[in-house]
Write a protein that binds this ligand. Structure first.
Ligand code: FES
Length: 183
């Protein structure tokens, strides 16, 4: 009968040799995990793009009526899918309202369930075609029987020296009272 050696090749007891080997493997994996996460975050273009979205130029201030009537604009940006970039792709839409030199931007998505709201026939607000939520021109819920849990989502907007109107476009979770950005 062959006898199983009880020591490792370097002479240490075999059990402690295997335990040391396991500890080295676990330690190596633990050290590698943050490095792997960093590599993914740097080289994964989808993650980088969603974190990087910045203000996009939508129109010129002079194009907007100065009396507060809203106008709808499609927002385009470069979309990255895997390693392919699609330039100037539609990513959503906004209503812009100008009063004097200040501009308000509202996302067109209804916070109830995500339909696009329309300008109400009266021009005095917005109406959702899906479940009849009604919003005032400033985006607040104007009809208490509306199922929308909050007003239309306002977006950060800047009027810059070049006369351009820039919007930081974002979508938000629907169906809840809080305005939670979608990443
Ligand atoms: S999606 Fe607008 S009221 Fe339901």
């Amino acid at each position: 009968m062959t006898e199983v050696p009880t020591t490792s090749p370097d002479g240490r007891p075999r059990r402690s040799f295997l335990a040391a080997l396991g500890a080295v493997a676990v330690g190596g994996l633990a050290a590698f995990a943050p490095v792997a996460a960093a590599v993914v975050s740097v080289f994964d273009p989808l993650r980088k793009r969603s974190a990087d979205r910045d203000f996009v130029r939508v129109t010129r201030l002079s194009v907007l009526p100065a009396d507060g009537r809203p106008r709808k604009f499609t927002i385009t940006d470069d979309l990255v899918d895997g390693w392919t970039t699609y330039q100037d792709s539609p990513i959503g839409a906004v209503y812009l309202r100008r009063e004097g030199d200040s501009v308000q931007a509202l996302n067109v998505v209804c916070p109830h369930a995500g339909c696009f709201v329309n300008i109400a026939p009266s021009g005095e607000g917005f109406a959702c075609p899906c479940h009849k939520s009604q919003f005032a021109l400033d985006g607040s819920v104007s009809d208490p029987s509306s199922p929308a849990p909050r007003g239309l989502d306002s977006l950060n907007v800047e009027v810059r020296d070049d006369g351009g109107v820039y919007v930081r476009f974002q979508n938000f979770r629907t169906g809840q009272k809080d305005k939670t950005p979608l990443v």
